[in-house]
Design a binder for this molecule. Structure first.
Ligand SMILES: C[S@@+](CC[C@H](N)C(=O)[O-])C[C@H]1O[C@@H](n2cnc3c(N)ncnc32)[C@H](O)[C@@H]1O
Length: 280
């Protein structure tokens, strides 16, 4: 049985440091892996344009929604119903505040034409997902950078599978297992003397030892993340009845690095793992 989930985003120091990240301040456009995730979500369909709303009529569930950037994007792209869950009350309050601000700024329009997003506080490690039509009616379950906080992934995949209609999609990202594997004092880059050169290397160890890692991030110690191998992420998915439809070891492209030279070292190892799958 899974141990109690950590709720680090309700720690006030951590939450306010998280709010300084570009992706917190600017949303999806500041998340460099977003174009690949969007491609997986759209499955080749065109994104929002004057005439095309790629998620028209979809029923969407966002797990670990944070500020709700993706939930709002899904609504703007035509989703008919959007439910978004997060364990952190801070996150859900912030997401609801965005909704209030949007409604205030559009008060001159007919507000009943805006699809209401159902934001709820909940632990995805233990809750069941069903929308107001019951189980098996979502078309898309999405999750960005949250599943590495979950211990019992097999249960979560089963829940997601039963919340989707046949042909429904799961699209998610996690910190890449090569990134999450090292036991303290990592993760951090090391320098290797190689003849007269110094090479930057990633101190990969303990890759095969699945389990909790305690890391420090944004000046806060003791953040718990669950490391599992790529094989486990994929095999559990297949065992739960999904077909794998997309897979990406995400690292910045050369174009990304041209814009952000400080990301050069990030090309030494993947940073995120992106996966899409379909319910058979
Ligand atoms: C790195 S943030 C990502 C937020 C958002 N998905 C995004 O990409 O902007 C991870 C989120 O997962 C949430 N989270 C972590 N463990 C969770 C759990 N067991 N149940 C629900 N949400 C969880 C955190 O509160 C946080 O909002």
């Amino acid at each position: 049985m899974a141990s109690q989930a950590q709720n680090i985003y309700d720690d006030s120091a951590f939450f306010s440091a998280y709010g300084t990240l570009p992706r917190s301040q600017h949303g999806l456009s500041a998340a460099p892996e977003w174009p690949e995730l969007r491609h997986m979500v759209l499955g080749g369909k065109l994104p929002l344009s004057n005439s095309v709303r790629a998620l028209e009529g979809h029923r969407v569930l966002d797990l670990g929604c944070g500020y709700g950037w993706f939930a709002r994007w899904a609504r703007d792209n035509g989703a008919a119903y959007v439910q978004a869950v997060d364990i952190s009350q801070n996150m859900i309050c912030r997401a609801k505040q965005f909704e209030t601000d949007i409604k205030d700024s559009q008060s001159h329009l007919n507000s009943s034409s805006i699809t209401e997003i159902v934001f709820e506080t909940g632990d995805i490690e233990s809750i069941s997902f069903s929308d107001n039509r019951g189980r098996g009616s979502f078309n898309l379950v999405y999750s960005s950078l949250t599943f590495h906080y979950v211990e019992d992934l097999a249960r979560l995949y089963r829940e997601i599978h039963s919340s989707l209609e046949k042909g429904g999609k799961l699209v998610f990202s996690v910190e890449h297992p090569i990134y999450s594997a090292p036991i303290r004092p990592g993760p951090s880059w090391k320098t290797l003397e190689d003849g007269d050169q110094e090479r930057t290397i990633w101190p990969l160890n303990c890759y095969s030892d699945e389990g909790w890692r305690k890391t420090s991030w944004l000046g806060v110690d003791g953040i718990k993340k669950y490391h599992r191998t790529v094989e486990t992420y994929v095999n559990l998915l297949l065992e739960s009845g999904f077909t794998l439809t997309g897979f990406k070891d995400w690292a910045p492209s050369l174009e990304d690095v041209a814009e952000h030279p400080e990301w050069m070292d990030e090309r030494h190892r993947p940073y995120f793992l992106l996966i899409s799958a379909e319910k058979n």
